[in-house]
Each structure stands twice: as structure tokens, then as C-alpha cells.
Design a protein around this ligand. Structure first.
Ligand code: FE2
Ligand code: FE2
Length: 292
């Protein structure tokens, strides 16, 4: 079964209809950053995502996995646009699994909006394994593969912080789910990076508060991979704290740093191959293929 993992698409095409009061907070700083700098780096993001959907069909992808940050500031038009842009991925043979990133739940007011637009995607095939509302979300793919997603994103009203945390109850659920699914290859999905490419934790202001606890919860998994985004560089790293390799798709639509992973998994073997965006086309970098 073939999976494509993309992340941090950060779609945004203006804020028509968003009331001014929605910007009387940290969102104003985020908006200024967009207007002055960020928007330039994400020009063509929608086209790159559309090209990815065609590429996914061309190379026979069964399932799309997205690890959050669909938007820039979690406003109504952005969430509506992002949800519509994901539609074609839902129609892949076995559909789409996605989770929120911190930009999707940028401030408290975005939580209900994310739920309204993306709630139908946040479903679990094993709801009895949930320990914190609907989380962790479990999806089963055939007899050999599953995804277990935990939510590490939260609103961050301070302009100095964009850190995340997996609630303790979800870590318990994650351990339990990994035990229950021990006969499958499991993708553990979350938005935040438990480690950087160097193997070291991310900074206090940008990282996952309880990265060590999260890694501990996955330490005994038999077969699988941790997959995430948030840090806008595509990489894979192995660390002694967990048996699972850690794959970051980076930001799939960021000009010059476009990243994604394609995973091929069957009952006995799993590999990961990096995708690159070269001269306006997605391509698989066969030389990058690694065994998982
Ligand atoms: Fe991001
Ligand atoms: Fe993020």
C-alpha cells in the first residue's frame, strides 16, 4: 500500500469578510509577517498542491497523510479554502488522514472553526481506544497498516510562543493503541517535531513541550514510523529514545524547500522515498529510498 505524506501547506488567499476584531491580537503580528515576507514564499502553494494530487494518482498512491498547518492564521476563508483543496485527496482509493497544526488553531476563536470545517475528517475506526475526547484517532488500512494520530497543537496567544504539547491523556491512549495494534505497521502522526534533524529537541518557544514523554510512549512499538511537520525542512532522523524512525515532510508548498515522503508498506517490508519539486513537477528521488 502506498502513502503520500505532506504537511504545512499554509494556504491563504486573503481575509475577505474576516472582522477587524479578529486581528486585534497575535493574529495582527502574523498578518504583518504574511504581508511583508511569508506570502512571497507561499506563492504558487495551491498549484503545487494540485500538482501533488495528479502526481499521487500517477504513482498509485492509496492514502494521503497530512500533518497539519493547512492555513496561515486559522480564519474562516483560509479554513474553507484549505478544506476544499483537500477534497481531491479524500477521493484517493483509501482517502485522507489529516490533523490540525498550530496555525489552524492559531487562537482560541479558531478551534470551533477548525472543527466546523475539518470535524468530519477527524474520525476513528477504533473509537474505544480514545482517551481524550476523540483522540487518539485510529484509522485502519487493510490488515497490515494503521495510523494513530495525537493532537499536539493548541492556540498560543503569546506572540513569543508557538510551542505544542500532546495532552497526557492522549499519550496514555497512544501507548494503549500501539499495544492494541502491535501486529500492524503504525504511522504515529502529530504536528510538532519531537526532534530536529540533528536529533536534538526543538527550541522551547517552537518545540513540543513533552517531546521526551511522547517518544517514550512510542518506544516499544514494533513496526512503524513517527510522521510530523511544523519544522519547515524535510528530513528523517533516528534517535535512541524510540524504536521508530521520525519523518518530517517539512513544508510541502514552501518555495525552494518543497518536501514530502512516499511510504510503501506491506506485511513484511516498508520503505520511504523523498519527493521533490523540480522545474514545476513533483518527482520521486529514488536515491533517497530508505528501509523503515
Ligand atoms: Fe508550518
Ligand atoms: Fe506548525
Amino acid at each position: 500500500m502506498r502513502f503520500v505524506h505532506f504537511s504545512d501547506i499554509h494556504l491563504e488567499s486573503g481575509f475577505d469578510g474576516v472582522p477587524a476584531r479578529a486581528f486585534l491580537n497575535k493574529r495582527f503580528v502574523g498578518w504583518a509577517n504574511l504581508a511583508l515576507r511569508r506570502r512571497r514564499h507561499y506563492q504558487g502553494a495551491t498549484e503545487r498542491l494540485e500538482a501533488l494530487e495528479s502526481f499521487a494518482r500517477e504513482i498509485g498512491v492509496d492514502v494521503a497523510l497530512c500533518t497539519g498547518d493547512h492555513t496561515a492564521l486559522g480564519t474562516e476563508p483560509e479554513l474553507a479554502q484549505a478544506r476544499a483543496a483537500l477534497g481531491p485527496f479524500e477521493r484517493l482509493p483509501r482517502g485522507l488522514v489529516t490533523i490540525p497544526g498550530n496555525h489552524d488553531v492559531y487562537l482560541e476563536d479558531a478551534l470551533a472553526r477548525f472543527e466546523a470545517h475539518f470535524g468530519d475528517l477527524l474520525r476513528s475506526d477504533r473509537p474505544e481506544l480514545a482517551t481524550d475526547g476523540r483522540w487518539p484517532l485510529v484509522r485502519l488500512f487493510g490488515d497490515d497498516v494503521a495510523t494513530v494520530a495525537v493532537d499536539s497543537s493548541r492556540p498560543n496567544p503569546s506572540i513569543l510562543s508557538s510551542s505544542g504539547r500532546v495532552p497526557d491523556a492522549q499519550l496514555e491512549g497512544l501507548e494503549r493503541a500501539l499495544e492494541a495494534l502491535a501486529d500492524r505497521f503504525v504511522f504515529v502522526m502529530t504536528h510538532y517535531a519531537p526532534r530536529l534533524a540533528s536529533g536534538r529537541p526543538d527550541s522551547v518557544s517552537h518545540g513540543l513541550d513533552n517531546a521526551d514523554d511522547f517518544l517514550r510512549a512510542t518506544a516499544r512499538a514494533r513496526r512503524g514510523a513517527i510522521i510530523h511537520g511544523h519544522v519547515h525542512h524535510c528530513f528523517v532522523v533516528r534517535v535512541p529514545e524510540t524504536s521508530l524512525p521520525i519523518f518530517n515532510a517539512g513544508s510541502t508548498t514552501l518555495t525552494g524547500r518543497e518536501g514530502l515522503w512516499v511510504y510503501d508498506v506491506d506485511g513484511t517490508r516498508a520503505t520511504a522515498t523523498r519527493g521533490r519539486f523540480v522545474e514545476g513537477r513533483w518527482t520521486l528521488d529514488e536515491d533517497s529510498r530508505v528501509d523503515i
